[in-house]
Structures are given as C-alpha cells and as structure tokens.
Write a protein that binds this ligand. Structure first.
Ligand code: ZN
Length: 405
C-alpha cells in the first residue's frame, strides 16, 4: 500500500491535515489547506500550489488514485483576477511527476469534475514526487547563489533576512568599467508558487555571464541588480502568492507587515533602478505576459522575441497604466519605480504547461537578450548617422522614446 508524505520543503499542503485517505491507494489532497485562515491565493479554493511525495515501500508497482480537491466551490466569491471556477480548473487538469532515479518531470493528465482533478498514477517502488508545476526550492536558489560567489563579475550581497530568518541575497553583475552605467533591477519569485520565474532568472544570469558578445557589451553599459528569490518564506512553506497565510504581497508597495518586504523595498530605494523587470508565472496554459512595457520598446522587443509558438504560447500584452504624480496608497513595484525614478517597468509571465525547466531557462536567456536588443538598437538606419553608444536606455527616454529625437 502506498502512503503520502507532506511537510517537506515546498510541499503543499504542508500538513497531513490537508490529506485524507479514502481507501486503499486512494487519497484526497487539499492544496488550499493552510495552518491558519488565508487571504488572496492562500484563501480556501484559491490555491496556486501543490506538492507531495508518494511512497511505495513494496517491491512492485502500485496503482493509486489521487484526487486533488482544489475546493473552488468553497471559495469566497471573489475569484482572483476575474477567474471563474471552470477557468481555474481548466488550468488544473494536469500534474507533473518525477519518479525515483529520474531527473525529468513527466506530465500526467487527469479528469476534472467540479473542483476535483482525479489522476490515476502507476508508481514504482520508492519515492515519487508530484507537483502542479516543476518546483524550484529555496535550497536550489541558495545553491545557485553559492555557485556565483567566486565569479569575478558577480558581487553577492546579503541585503537582509526574511521574516522567518532566511537569506535575501542581491546579486550585482557588471564589468569593471568605470563609466556611468544604467541601473537595471530584476526581481524573481515575488510570488511563492511562480517557480518558472526562478528558472527564467537562472537563464538570464547565465546569459549575462556568457561569452555572447551582446552580453559582454551589456555589462559595459548596464549594472544588473538581481533578487533571485524575493519570497523564500512563502516558497518553503507552500504558499501560493504571499509570504504567509495572511502575509505580504511583495510586489505591492503597501501590504501586510513583513521583514522581506521591508528589506526588498529599502533596496529599491537605494538602487533607484532605471529599468525594473519583474518575473512571474501565470497559471494559464497559452499566454505569456508582457506587461507594462512602453509601446515603442515593446514593438522592438517583439521583433526579437515573437510569440513562443514552439511552446504553444502567444504574448498577452498589457499597456502601462498612467502614473499619478502623487504616491498612491498601493502600487506595483514597477509603477513605483516609474513614478519615483522615471524608470521603465516590465512584468513578464511565463506559464509552465508545454515547457520543461530547461525550456524556461532558455526563455529567460532569450527574453533578456531581446529586451536589450530592443533597448540598444537605434531606429532603422539611425546607427548610420549616430554612433550606437549614443542610444543608451536613458537617451531613449530623453528623446521621447522613439530614438529619433
Ligand atoms: Zn506573480
């Protein structure tokens, strides 16, 4: 007979109270179980997280029924961002499974009825891990940061600790040139479940440190401030979006009291970024998100990074919102940087379905390459008359954005 393990790093639910055995090899899982009542994506029926282990201690394969009860029929009436329960469940008809001795995640499709997605799994002896999306843990992030400590182009700074005492490192990446450089902030994993953003930031950092001439050129003109995991507490404790069941939404200027939030936003005020890039991971299957980028830059970006049709994705574009001159009670970090520092802001969303972790790393590499092509490339033919160095990020803005003065 198989059994279920939860309560490990990044599992969801975090407690056996979120697991119910309904028969031999038949288990019902409640991904929106939280240790205390939650709000936002931690509320009942709003969860965006799932992770557990199946243990088969026998010598032969076992067949097992897994009923993932997302409880959206019990959700408070305000589904986030206009989701209907049927839309919410249409993104939950699959899980990814990693069998013992395997590196890769295999997708298994299930049958959805109401709030429940049911999966029949054949599990070999040993420990099989099941998630909604391929996970990326705090331990993985720490190992990634450690792998960069000795790199001559990377400075690792501990900017503070999270509410529960986990590390909040900031990577600074640039070359040793003394010229004045444009400041770029990239923040990943504001939101706990968004593991694709972690693979994307790995791809971006790998590109910045690569031998690609465009990357070498970028480090001459820009200094990159990178937060690889803004929300370690939420990541470890199986949250969806926030740092705790009623915790902080780190991307918002005003939110619940939380140490990671204070540390992150103090860093932003110190860095004063001129470009603010936020990495996210929508739940849907078909749309990558390109949010808040000014149209002139966006059009150029899309030339270099069109729809990723190879993964079944099309860009969903959201215009930048007008910025008020006075500080509103609550705003997104990108909007705060636009208003306070005259920055450009962009949010990128990379949903999983149809992508492997390596695909998402590659998507990260391609995105940062395309973004900096969009920023560097003068308008058609202009480089014939003006040296390309003139066309830095700040000169674009000074010239009203289209590079033609
Ligand atoms: Zn997000």
């Amino acid at each position: 007979m198989a059994r279920i393990i939860v309560g490990f790093e990044g599992s969801c639910p975090q407690s056996e109270q979120g697991v119910r055995q309904e028969g031999e090899n038949r288990f019902r899982i409640f991904p929106s179980w939280r240790p205390s009542p939650g709000i936002s994506e931690e509320a009942v029926g709003h969860s965006t997280r799932l992770g557990l282990k199946l243990v088969n201690e026998s010598q032969a394969d076992e067949t097992l029924a897994l009923l993932i009860d997302w409880q959206c029929d019990e959700a408070p009436p305000d589904m986030p961002r206009g989701f209907s329960p049927s839309t919410y469940m249409s993104y939950r008809d699959f899980v990814v499974v990693r069998e013992p001795g395997h590196e890769a995640w295999r997708t298994v499709m299930g049958d959805v009825e109401g709030s429940v997605a049911e999966f029949e799994l054949n599990i070999p002896p040993g420990e099989t891990e099941v998630h909604w999306h391929p996970p990326y843990t705090y331990t993985q992030s720490e190992a990634f940061v450690d792998s960069l400590r000795a790199h001559p182009l990377v400075q690792v700074e501990q900017i503070g600790k999270s509410e529960e005492g986990r590390n909040l490192p900031l990577l600074t990446i640039t070359d040793s040139g003394k010229r004045e450089k444009t400041r770029v902030l990239i923040v990943s994993r504001y939101h706990a479940y968004e593991s694709a953003s972690s693979y994307a930031i790995e791809g971006m950092v790998q590109w910045l440190l690569s031998e690609d001439p465009w990357a070498i050129a970028a480090l001459r003109c820009y200094v990159f401030y990178i937060v690889p995991m803004a929300n370690p507490d939420g990541v470890v404790n199986g949250m969806g979006r926030l740092t705790a069941p009623q915790g902080a939404d780190l991307i918002m200027s005003s939110t619940a009291q939380d140490r990671a939030h204070r540390v992150l936003w103090e860093m932003v005020d110190r860095v004063k970024p001129q470009l603010c890039i936020g990495l996210h991971n929508w739940q849907n299957k078909h749309s990558d998100g390109l949010l808040g980028l000014e149209p002139h830059l966006r059009n150029r970006f899309l030339k270099f990074m069109p729809d990723q049709v190879e993964f079944g994705k099309q860009w969903h574009i959201r215009e930048p919102r007008p910025i008020s001159s006075t500080r509103p009670q609550r705003e997104l970090m990108g909007e705060y940087c636009r208003r306070e520092f005259g920055a450009q802001g962009v949010g990128l969303e990379f949903p999983w379905f149809g992508r492997t972790p390596d695909d998402v790393r590659e998507t990260g590499r391609k995105t940062i390459w395309a973004l900096f092509r969009a920023l560097d490339e003068p308008s058609p033919g202009a480089w014939l008359y003006d040296p390309p160095e003139k066309f830095t990020l700040s000169s674009y803005w000074e010239m009203g954005g289209d590079g033609t003065g």
